[in-house]
Every structure is written in structure tokens, then in C-alpha cells.
Design a protein around this ligand. Structure first.
Ligand code: AP5
Length: 202
């Protein structure tokens, strides 16, 4: 049985960066609600479009994300789940549909989160993530096509961190009280953080 990993952390904690590495290292699916929603930002749903919520830094309604996760997990053997659950009701739903082998919380302080998010750039062709200070591609062509995410401006970042404190911090506490949460210090270079996570998964 392949590992079923839940990676929790604030916006900018490095969930996307580390999930990609975990998916490659263990040959498991990277299930990310953020990427799934970004790929369908203008899709009309009974709740409106995902864009209306995402560009304001608010959570997209549970009904929509629960459906995305249920579908993705039902076809995955092992996976790393990134960006979900984001509130207690999503956490309850997740318990109904799957069992987890590891719940890992990437802990990063707020100043560092803001620095990482406002400097993040993405390659629209490959989805690879870079950072203006910490990690830029050598290839000129790639550098020139990098874009900033619509929700990575400072105002929206502050709102996302507020939404995280109100909705997602209680999810961390829920797993901590349950005894399944393992905390990882996420304030180191990406290789070191990966080694810390892999040691837990092993
Ligand atoms: P989502 O895409 O999930 O965004 P997020 O949780 O805010 O997380 P991020 O992707 O911003 O950060 P990350 O932790 O992945 O960090 P990354 O590795 O990129 O969600 C976006 C929106 O979608 C939400 O606001 C909401 O509207 C909606 N949504 C999604 N899921 C939902 C749900 N379940 N329910 C309702 N709505 C939902 O790293 C950040 C930067 O730091 C990068 O530039 C990277 O290069 C750099 N970096 C990473 N690690 C390091 C390191 N160790 N040292 C230095 N720099 C680093």
C-alpha cells in the first residue's frame, strides 16, 4: 500500500513545493485543491465561479472542494493531499472518505510566509514554482514567462492568512488533539525540509 499523506500548513508554508517532491519520491498522486480550482477558475457552478472567492482570498464553498477531493482520492492508491481540509467541516468529510498514514504540519512564521508569497512566481507552462529571491530559473526564456498568482498581492495575502487563522488553524488543533499530527519546522531550505518530512514518512 502506497503512503497516504496529509500535508498541512499556512499559505506559503511550502506545501506545494514539498508535495511535488513527495509525489515524485514515492510515486504517489499530488492531490491539490488549489491547482484543481485554478485550472477551473472561471467554471460556472451552483456557487458561482471559483475566481470570485479565490481572488479575494476567501474559501471556495465546501460542496465544490469536497467533490474535487472525493473524486481525486477515489482513483489514487497513495497520495499527498495539499490544500485540504481547510476547515473542520472539510476535515470531518475527509475522515468519512479515507484513512491517513501521516498528518504533517509545516510550521513557518508569518513574516516568512508573507515574504515567500509576495515573491513567488509560477511558470504557466509547467506549473513549476520559483521565488524572486530564493530560487529563479537560469533559462532566460523561462524567467521571462513567469507570472505572479492573482492572490499573491500583499492585501490578498493578508486576507488569506486571516482566513487561515479563523478556519484552518482549528483543523491543525483537531489533528493535534487526535494525536496524529507531526510538526515539522518549515523554516529551512527546501532540501532540508524535504529530508525532515521524508524521515517521518519512512
Ligand atoms: P492554495 O493554492 O491551496 O494556496 P495556499 O494554501 O494559500 O498555499 P500556497 O499555494 O499559497 O502555498 P504553499 O504552502 O503551497 O507554498 P509554496 O510551496 O508555493 O489555495 C488558493 C485558494 O484556493 C484559496 O485561497 C481558496 O480560495 C481556494 N481553496 C483551495 N483549497 C481550498 C479548500 N480546501 N477549501 C476552500 N477553498 C480552497 O511556496 C511558496 C513560495 O515560497 C514559493 O515561491 C516557493 O518557491 C517558496 N518556498 C517554498 N519552500 C521554501 C523554503 N523552504 N525556503 C524558501 N522559500 C521557499
Amino acid at each position: 500500500m502506497e503512503p497516504r499523506i496529509l500535508l498541512l500548513g499556512a499559505p506559503g508554508a511550502g506545501k506545494g513545493t514539498q508535495s511535488k517532491r513527495l509525489a515524485d519520491a514515492y510515486d504517489i498522486e499530488h492531490v491539490t485543491t488549489g491547482d484543481a480550482l485554478r485550472a477551473n477558475k472561471d467554471m460556472e457552478t451552483e456557487y458561482g465561479t471559483p475566481r470570485e472567492y479565490m481572488d479575494a482570498g476567501e474559501l471556495v464553498p465546501d460542496g465544490l472542494v469536497n467533490e474535487i477531493v472525493n473524486e481525486a482520492l477515489s482513483s489514487a492508491d497513495g497520495y499527498v493531499l495539499d490544500g485540504y481540509p481547510r476547515n473542520l467541516s472539510q476535515a470531518e468529510y475527509l475522515t468519512e472518505i479515507t484513512e491517513l498514514d501521516a498528518v504533517i504540519y509545516l510550521n513557518v512564521g508569518e513574516d516568512e510566509l508573507v515574504r515567500r508569497l509576495t515573491g513567488r512566481r509560477m511558470d504557466p507552462e509547467t506549473g513549476d514554482i520559483y521565488h524572486t529571491e530564493f530560487n529563479m530559473p537560469d533559462d532566460d526564456e523561462i524567467r521571462e514567462r513567469l507570472v505572479q498568482r492573482d492572490d499573491d498581492t500583499e492585501d490578498v495575502v493578508r486576507e488569506r492568512l486571516r482566513v487561515y487563522e479563523d478556519n484552518t488553524a482549528p483543523v491543525i488543533e483537531h489533528y493535534r488533539e487526535e494525536g496524529s499530527l507531526v510538526e515539522v519546522d518549515g523554516e529551512a531550505d527546501p532540501d532540508t525540509v524535504f529530508d525532515r518530512i521524508a524521515a517521518i514518512v519512512e
